[in-house]
Design a protein around this ligand. Structure first.
Ligand code: PLP
Length: 398
């Protein structure tokens, strides 16, 4: 096609790099390659039985029609109850919107509040979709660099110097994909003190990995740390990671009724309601026995310990212990020149590891932090041990 067909909007963004790596690994697998995929961002466990049963029951009962755009009341009530029970946060069902995954929750939020030129502060390393979703709304992503020395977390001083009159939002994701780091309540209190000086700044609190953490302190978000930020914080969460339900596509957001209503309007003109059966399954997930989460978290922690020790025993690889999620984010920058003179950066290294070791990982550049790679341990211990052996061989290099 010669004529310019694509919109500037479509040209302004890149496809999700994590999905791209996953696709490449799957293609190599399909062609007979012996590939271990540590690039994926989804639990390897099956969705718990009682959740599947709820979907089957809903299907049998003919719950197959359109639902309200923002989700069935039963689910929004279950989400409000969950916020009250687990997070000590009070929301009415009208302050909750259910979407096709937390990705759509974030997308709706940005479309609802960001005007062209508005700045959205995104700490690095970040979940890959934040900057592009902001760019699609013609907002300006503004990054705060962190690094292993500060545990990949922003400081209050950094936040204070990054906020401008154009700042409309700060995104906080804790536990973090990809770093695996979490903010303690004290750290959030210190960030909140800066935010209290700037009443125009909204906060998107992406709590997606809230349950997958093993710190000595309990999970807190910024509203738990500072109740005064309740009005301008939109909490985003979902069932994808905690209940191994990535394919069901159910995420949700809660916050100020005016913002939630605007998100509802946007969703009504794009996808309408999320899948009806998945909504009934999510009611079972949130209201049912939570033991399934503990079993999965225990497995993730066990695998984390193996990955963390194996990585740190490789020469020049430096990895912090993750505090949650199912990712490790080691610094591999010192290995590059030693392994192969041609390797310039983490992107080339990820490709090299796929070709030479048959292990798929995601380069840190995809998350806005060069010199690192992200390994997901949402895969069996057997495969993990095989992958770690292969990585040790290739990364130990010359
Ligand atoms: N937020 C974070 C930090 C994530 O890692 C992900 C998925 O990888 C999402 C949101 C989106 O989740 P969902 O699959 O529910 O759209």
């Amino acid at each position: 096609m010669n004529s310019p067909v694509l919109s500037n909007r479509a040209l302004s963004i890149k496809p999700s790099p994590t999905l791209a790596i996953d696709a490449k690994a799957k293609k190599m697998q399909a062609a007979g390659g012996d590939i271990i995929n540590l690039g994926v961002g989804e639990p390897d466990f099956d969705t718990p039985e009682h959740i599947k049963e709820a979907a089957i029951k809903a299907l049998r009962e003919g719950k197959t029609k359109y639902t309200p755009v923002n989700g069935i009341l039963e689910l929004r009530q279950a989400i409000a109850d969950k916020f009250s029970r687990e997070n000590q946060l009070t929301y009415t069902p009208e302050q909750v919107i259910v979407s096709n995954g937390a990705k759509q929750s974030f997308y709706n939020l940005i479309q609802a509040v960001i005007n062209p030129g508005d700045e959205v502060i995104i700490p690095c390393p970040y979940w890959v979709s934040y900057p592009d979703i902001v760019t699609l709304a013609e907002g300006t992503p503004v990054f705060i660099e962190t690094g292993a020395k500060q545990n990949f977390k922003i400081t209050p001083a950094q936040l204070a110097e990054t906020i401008t009159p154009k700042t409309k939002m700060l995104v906080i994701n804790s536990p973090s994909n990809p770093s695996g780091m979490t903010y303690s309540k004290e750290e959030l209190t210190a960030l909140a003190a800066v935010l209290m000086e700037h009443p125009q700044v909204l906060i998107a609190s992406d709590d997606m990995y809230e349950h997958i953490m093993w710190t000595h302190y309990p999970f807190s978000n910024i509203v738990n740390a500072c109740q005064d930020l309740y009005e301008r914080t939109i909490v985003i969460n979902g069932v994808s990671k905690a209940y191994a339900m990535t394919g069901w596509r159910i995420g949700y957001a809660a916050g100020h009724p005016e913002i939630i209503a605007a998100m509802n309007k946007i969703q009504s003109q794009s996808t309408s309601n999320p899948n009806s059966l998945a909504q009934y399954a999510s009611v079972a997930a949130l209201n049912g026995d939570q033991e399934c989460i503990h079993d999965m978290v225990k497995a993730f922690k066990g695998r984390h310990d193996v990955v963390y020790h194996a990585l740190n025993s490789i020469k020049d690889v430096h990895c912090l212990p993750s505090q949650g999620t199912f990712y490790s984010f080691p610094d591999i920058s010192a290995t590059l020149a030693r392994i192969d003179d041609g390797l310039q950066d983490d992107v080339q290294l990820a490709d090299y590891l796929l070709t030479k070791a048959g292990v798929a990982v995601v380069p840190g550049t995809a998350f806005g932090t060069t010199g690192c790679i992200r390994l997901s341990y949402a895969t069996s211990m057997e495969k993990l041990e095989d992958a770690l052996e292969r990585l040790t061989t290739v990364l130990s290099g010359r």
